[in-house]
Design a protein around this ligand. Structure first.
Ligand SMILES: Cc1ncc(COP(=O)(O)O)c(C=O)c1O
Length: 392
């Protein structure tokens, strides 16, 4: 039999679970305490979890589904996407070790490296977001233990040549951890390309409805898995059964939402690129974008999240544009069913080498609305931008 597609496997995961007459979705088990029939049964670990912290049915099914998507030996759940980045670093690094990471890293991940790890003896070198493989490897020292990859990178969407980086790191004994949130475990498979640990914020497309926070950590190798599982156990973390249930429900429709939103995003991004107010659209899936060839080589799809560099402008004009929109929510995050817009104000300045952009930077997340309506909405927003820049 040919290998089944993700959308089939994610649904078959629901219809083929368990035996006997049963609901399609697992029950939400709200439990700290699990009761046993007799004292001997209390020690029987083959009979399932003995305490609520060990992940109950929905979380276990979610873990299995994520591990299946990622091609992992196992996957773990943590309470946020940020925790999915920080836990592997806590598990794998020791004082004296060094991390290498892109300068365009998600801001809170960068903050963890600088504010938490650095005072505890783990230092980070940041490489230029658009550095070549050789440029990145030149920063590897004999203390470098982990390369933290985020691709595409936050806000400016630079794409890394992950297969080449993973192979080069493996040859040097450097482990690779990749934040793969943009690909949602679908469009790119880090573990199949030699990455050791693939993490994502399930908060985004897997959840898909902007109503939960969760992260997943998937590993190709059982030894790394033991370190990560032990760290989660030691930290005492688990996710709520309700959130696990919601994320599992989100996963059933993830491939369809993801593909549909990418189709719309491509239309919206292409339209924006043709507008005189726009200097550049930062979206690897857009033909002609920097890294488009690399995206075509490695990716089987795209997120509906991209950057828009305006020609000049100022904060007042960006705010006028955003305020004029009726369909784009003004909110952080992405991956939900609704379109969102943000205006970048401070994060780029935190980079060691902030990019020189032609103007204000907006980030758009395209949801499941009709793209023609979104484009009409943006047209109104751009009129407000123009009016703000040349009043009267
Ligand atoms: C690339 C990336 N990784 C991780 C996260 C963190 O996810 P969470 O908000 O669930 O902590 C985000 C959130 O925006 C993100 O953009």
């Amino acid at each position: 039999m040919t290998a089944r597609s993700d959308r089939t496997r994610l649904i078959a995961g629901a219809t083929r679970r368990g035996a006997g007459r049963r609901p399609v979705s697992p029950p939400v088990e709200r439990a700290s305490t699990l009761l046993n029939d007799d004292p001997a049964a209390m020690r029987d670990e083959t009979a399932g979890p003995v305490y609520g912290i060990e992940d109950l049915t929905a979380a276990r099914e979610l873990r299995a589904a994520v591990a299946g998507l990622e091609g992992a030996v196992d996957a773990w759940l943590v309470p946020s996407g940020l925790a999915a980045v920080t836990v592997p670093l806590l598990a794998l690094l020791r004082p004296g070790d060094e991390v290498l990471a892109t300068d365009a890293l998600y801001g809170p991940s960068r903050r963890f490296l600088n504010r938490w790890l650095a005072p505890r003896g783990v230092s980070t070198r940041f490489h230029r977001a658009e550095a070549s493989i050789d440029g990145i490897l030149a920063a590897v020292t004999d203390r470098t233990r982990v390369l933290l990859i985020e691709s595409p990178a936050s806000l400016t969407f630079e794409l890394a040549d992950v297969p080449a980086l993973a192979a080069a790191c493996r040859a040097r004994g450097v482990m690779t951890v990749m934040d793969n949130t943009w690909a949602a475990g679908l469009a790119f498979r880090p573990l199949a390309h030699g990455v050791d640990v693939s993490v994502q914020a399930l908060t985004k497309y897997a959840g898909g409805h902007s109503d939960l926070l969760m992260g997943s950590i998937a590993v190709a190798d059982a030894a790394a898995g033991r370190q990560i599982a032990g760290t989660i156990e030691d930290l005492g973390w688990r996710v709520s059964p309700d959130d696990a249930w919601l994320a599992l429900r989100g996963l059933r429709t993830l491939p369809l939402r993801y593909a549909e939103q990418a189709r719309s995003a491509l239309q919206v991004a292409g339209w924006l690129r043709g507008r005189p107010e726009v200097a550049e659209v930062l979206y690897p899936a857009l033909p002609g974008a920097p890294a488009h060839a690399l995206w075509r080589r490695d990716y089987g799809g795209a997120a509906s999240l991209f950057g828009v560099v305006m020609k000049g402008g100022d904060e007042a004009a960006a705010h006028a544009l955003m305020s004029a929109l009726e369909l784009f929510g003004l909110g952080y995050s992405w991956g939900g069913f609704e379109s969102l817009i943000t205006h970048e104000t401070g994060q780029l300045a935190l980079r060691e080498r902030p990019p020189r952009l032609a103007g204000e930077l907006l980030r758009l997340h395209v949801g499941l609305e009709d793209p023609a309506d979104l484009i009409a909405d943006l047209e109104v927003g751009l009129a407000a931008w123009n009016a703000a820049l040349s009043p009267g």
